[in-house]
Design a protein around this ligand. Structure first.
Ligand code: DAH
Length: 344
């Protein structure tokens, strides 16, 4: 029996030393120390021993049990340490690996221009008004003094929704003037940015959808001097205090007198270059004193009140400002292009 016990001790300790997992260790504990285990089986035969042998073998059996228990415990803690080490290694974060740069968007160049213009006018006490893109011809044309038969009303130029040409996609933001005059208390000072639509041939500077900003002031005693002062403030804020502003006579049905406004070329300072086509001037907007007929169309007494109005093309300004030579680049949202023209 002594040999049996020694053999169990040797085999069990070797197996314990070789155990690779906690489950293997548990299986060994059952195999040797469990109720039906090998050591227990040997102990059950103790009764057959003589009175002298019994305490000797009993002591040895206890020693073997203690040795196996100690071996299992030690191995268990070793395995636990090892598994913790593996886990830590697996979950380790290498803080020295360079991070991945997430691409973030930029404010679109047109919105950069629009926000700049809004800021300038809000500073002058204007309110921002945004509204419908589907209009009645009455607002887009008639009340703005664009008469029946005017070329701008042609089917070839305008997207109509109805056969009787009464509903359309607005071709300009000017109908916002009419809405403001019909619904607001006087005096009025508004800026109305938004999309407009025309059946233009698509080329480097034209697109069937583009953006305008309409401005309107109605008050007592508004004159050409107010118009000049307002627009000079805008243009100098945008293109620098040194820029020179020029007002050229023009014609729009809804203003009388009407002007087109030029700024001295910001690329060459007025000497003449490719950007200004050698003229030294760049056209930036249309404007004028609100036609009395338009005031009367909106029920405003033109003897008591007068107004100024202007319309700005945002794409054109953005293209000039950022040296973009094709309007398509503004709509493609290609980050390689937008990144280059980001001011922020
Ligand atoms: N609506 C005009 C256009 O689309 C621009 C414009 C010119 C607006 C003169 C105005 C203005 O308010 O006074 O070409």
């Amino acid at each position: 029996m002594k040999q049996q016990l020694e053999a169990i001790r040797k085999a069990a300790l070797e197996a314990i030393a070789d155990a690779a997992k906690a489950e293997d260790l548990e299986a060994l504990r059952v195999r040797y120390l469990g109720k039906k285990g090998e050591l227990t089986a040997v102990l059950k035969q103790m009764g057959k021993l003589s009175a002298e042998e019994r305490p000797v073998i009993g002591q040895l059996a206890n020693e073997v049990r203690a040795a196996l228990e100690a071996g299992i415990e030690e191995k268990a803690s070793e395995l636990a340490d090892k598994s913790m080490e593996c886990k830590l290694k697996e979950e380790a974060v290498d803080v020295t690996i360079p991070g991945k740069q997430e691409k973030i968007g930029v404010k679109h160049p047109m919105y950069q221009v629009l926000d700049e213009i809004k800021d300038i006018f809000v500073g002058m006490g204007f309110e921002i008004l945004e509204d419908r893109e589907v209009e009645l011809a009455e607002y887009n044309f008639t009340k703005l003094n664009v008469e029946e038969g005017h070329p701008a009303r042609e089917w070839s130029d305008t997207f109509y929704f109805s056969d009787d040409s009464s509903i359309l996609l607005r071709t300009q933001t000017s109908p916002m003037q009419i809405h403001a005059m019909e619904t607001r208390e006087l005096p009025i000072r508004i800026l109305a940015p938004g999309r407009v639509y025309r059946k233009d041939e698509v080329d480097a500077t034209h697109s069937p959808m583009f953006h305008q900003i309409e401005g309107l002031v109605i008050d007592k005693g508004i004159t050409m001097a107010d118009l000049k002062g307002t627009l000079e403030t805008l243009i100098k804020a945008m293109y620098g205090q040194d820029s020179v502003v020029r007002f050229r006579p023009h014609h729009f049905p809804f203003t009388e007198p009407s002007v087109e406004v030029d700024v001295s070329c910001f690329a060459c300072g007025g000497c003449g270059c490719r950007l200004c086509k050698g003229t030294g001037w760049i056209e930036v907007l249309g404007a004028g004193i609100v036609n009395k007929k338009v005031l009367e169309n909106c029920g405003i007494d033109s003897e008591e009140y007068s107004g100024l109005a202007f319309g700005i093309g945002i794409e054109r300004l953005a293209m000039l400002k950022y040296g973009i030579n094709n309007i398509k680049l503004l709509y493609q949202s290609d980050m390689r292009v937008l990144d280059q023209i980001n001011d922020d």
